[in-house]
Design a protein around this ligand. Structure first.
Ligand code: FES
Length: 175
């Protein structure tokens, strides 16, 4: 498994990205609030306070107005998504073969509950309907990867392997 560190952006990089995006829009166009917000969210996955501030600057409306527009539409998110999304299948096949023990093992390993994100922003955890790999139940997905025939022990091994790979990747990046 490859941990893609390129997807990790520092605050400064995020700010620079936001600045580049807003520059693509004509200044003073109040009708551009939603397109600007959409462009930022498409790129970063959420809207930070800096994003709403810059949107207000470029479109010439107040930050409050931008905020009001953004909160009106449920498509806009204000919390940074975790770098990796864990989805535990709670479909029937997985459920009968141990979804709850798998979920508990992940919760124990990462120290978070369903619906939460690890404090370092690395993983979020949720349960989802059948992910279409019932023959391999119980299953989970981490981002685009599917893992099947899981046991609590395999969960521990999986996350310990991932964190070792990540450390190795960070080590290489620093060389
Ligand atoms: S029920 Fe889990 S993959 Fe179908």
């Amino acid at each position: 498994l490859l941990i893609n560190k390129d997807s990790v952006r520092s605050d400064d990089e995020e700010k620079k990205t936001i600045e580049e995006i807003v520059l693509q829009f004509k200044a003073g166009n109040r009708a551009a609030v939603i397109p600007v917000l959409q462009a930022i969210q498409d790129k970063l996955g959420y809207l930070s306070p800096y994003a709403t501030e810059k949107t207000a600057n470029i479109t010439g409306v107040s930050i409050n107005t931008v905020y009001g527009v953004a909160t009106f539409y449920s498509q806009f998110l204000f919390v940074k998504p975790a770098r990796h999304q864990i989805r535990v299948c709670r479909g029937t096949a997985c459920y009968v073969r141990g979804t709850s023990t798998i979920l508990q093992a992940i919760e124990r390993t990462l120290g978070i509950k369903e619906g939460e994100t690890t404090p370092d922003g690395e993983y979020s955890l949720e349960t989802v309907a059948c992910i279409g790999a019932c023959a391999f139940a119980p299953t989970i997905r981490i981002d685009e990867d599917t893992y099947g025939q899981l046991t609590p022990k395999k969960i521990e091994e999986l996350f310990s392997r991932r964190s070792k790979q990540e450390e190795a990747h960070e080590g290489n990046a620093g060389e």
